[in-house]
Design a protein around this ligand. Structure first.
Ligand code: BES
Ligand code: ZN
Length: 400
């Protein structure tokens, strides 16, 4: 009997442990986390899905942030900027009324065309195109054979093709990348679909419709919040709110975006806020595009008047808070927070400011096993709060 009771207790213990692990320890130590504004903000950002710069999701995230900053009493500006970035807005191939999954090749032009689908022998050298009648037709060409995609496209255009379908050399499909823009619509299909299509096209005449819808640039949007009439801040506090494709970007970087917003709320009524701009950067994942656009437009006088820039990126996972510092900010942060290093870990938006001689502090928590993956959907509310508290102390010290 005692043995059975022990077993029951053990099972209950294991069940609690499993639930605790699946919910995250935070739910046990902080049972009211649903009411935690930092955690709720991070969750809201995650709920929009991957916040890829230039996508509708990131626009919705920007609207959420604008609204929250306004509610906290700030004036908000959106700084837009453009940069080259390829989008596939929906591309398809229909052969004899059957739809085949297709991916537009990066740098393909848009187009909607119909014609004969002609299988090109071998791998699409000029002489391979000579062996078939390509005039006004869509070329079906295998990947590989030592020829670049662009060479195959050039040869297809020279032979009179109006579009090109590349068959991958693996059963699945890939997003092909062209070195130069394609003058005719170019798509890729999987080896599995392509090989059977190839056989059919050699036997009978196939008609295909090719639709490629692409966009060659992205519009990024930085969200800038400050109290009315603050034209020249002493301090910029920032973090990027965009994320990579296929990742909800909880730690990278809904975490930093939430801490930034939390600090803005905490400071809203304080004299320090008269000296701060809060900035949620877009396009960070495409190479620090948002912060780069900002420093490029800011002018050297504006930047020279800054005491510094503080950046938060990936502060919701790993218990140890790390601070990298440069210039005069390092010393001040050291006096309040102890260990401030200068390791230049991770590329993030403070780098754009550092390159313009603005002293920076970078708050982060190191490597995350879910970095840039669909699994990046967990943040620990306690870690967000701790980051905000430590940053608040440093900011108060800095602007004293
Ligand atoms: N959040 C990362 C940088 C990072 C990594 C911070 C690990 C803290 C810990 C950032 O969004 C990123 O992925 N940066 C790129 C470079 C950027 C210029 C595209 C990187 O670090 O590779
Ligand atoms: Zn990041």
């Amino acid at each position: 009997m005692a043995f059975r009771l022990n077993r029951v207790l053990l099972n209950i213990g294991m069940a609690i442990l499993t639930i605790a692990l699946s919910l995250g320890w935070a739910s046990l130590t902080h049972p009211n986390f649903a009411a935690d504004p930092l955690y709720a903000d991070a969750q809201t950002l995650v709920s929009f899905g991957a916040r890829v710069a230039g996508s509708p999701n990131v626009e919705r995230a920007s609207e959420f942030l604008i609204n929250e900053y306004r509610k906290a009493g700030y004036q908000v500006e959106v700084q837009t900027f453009n940069y080259p970035k390829f989008f596939d807005l929906g591309s398809k191939l229909i052969v004899n009324q059957t739809s085949i999954e297709a991916l537009a090749m990066v740098r393909s032009i848009s187009g909607n065309l119909s014609g004969k689908l002609v299988a090109v022998p071998n791998f699409g050298k000029p002489e391979d195109f000579q062996a078939v009648n390509m005039k006004g037709a869509i070329a079906l060409v295998k990947r590989g054979g030592g020829l670049q995609f662009n060479q195959k496209i050039d040869n297809a255009v020279a032979a009179g093709a109006i579009g090109i379908v590349i068959v991958n050399n693996q059963p699945e499909n890939v997003r092909g990348m062209l070195m130069e823009a394609s003058p005719i619509p170019a798509i890729a299909i999987s080896g599995k679909d392509g090989d059977s299509l190839f056989e059919q096209a050699q036997k009978t005449e196939l008609r295909a419709t090719l639709t490629v819808q692409t966009r060659p640039d992205a519009i990024g949007r930085n969200v800038i919040a400050h109290l009315p009439n603050v034209k020249q801040p002493k301090l910029i506090i920032g973090g990027h709110y965009d994320s990579v494709e296929n990742s909800p970007g909880a730690n990278d970087n809904a975490s930093g975006t939430a801490v930034l917003l939390g600090l803005a709320r905490q400071l809203a009524k304080s004299p320090e806020a008269q000296q701060i701009w809060f900035m949620a950067f877009d396009g960070e994942e495409d190479g620090l595009k948002g912060s780069e656009a900002f420093v490029n437009q800011a002018g050297s006088k504006f930047l020279a008047n800054l005491k510094g820039m503080i950046n938060f990126d990936m502060v919701g996972v790993n218990s140890r808070l790390l601070i990298d510092g440069s210039g005069a900010l390092s010393a001040i942060a050291k006096s309040t927070s102890g260990d401030v290093r200068s390791s230049r870990f991770g590329g993030s938006d403070h780098i754009s400011f550092g390159m313009r001689e603005v002293p920076t502090l970078f708050f982060f928590r190191g490597k995350d096993p879910n970095y840039h993956s669909p699994g990046d959907k967990i943040v620990d509310p306690r870690l967000l709060r701790e980051t905000q508290q430590k940053a608040y102390k440093i900011v108060s010290q800095l602007l004293k």
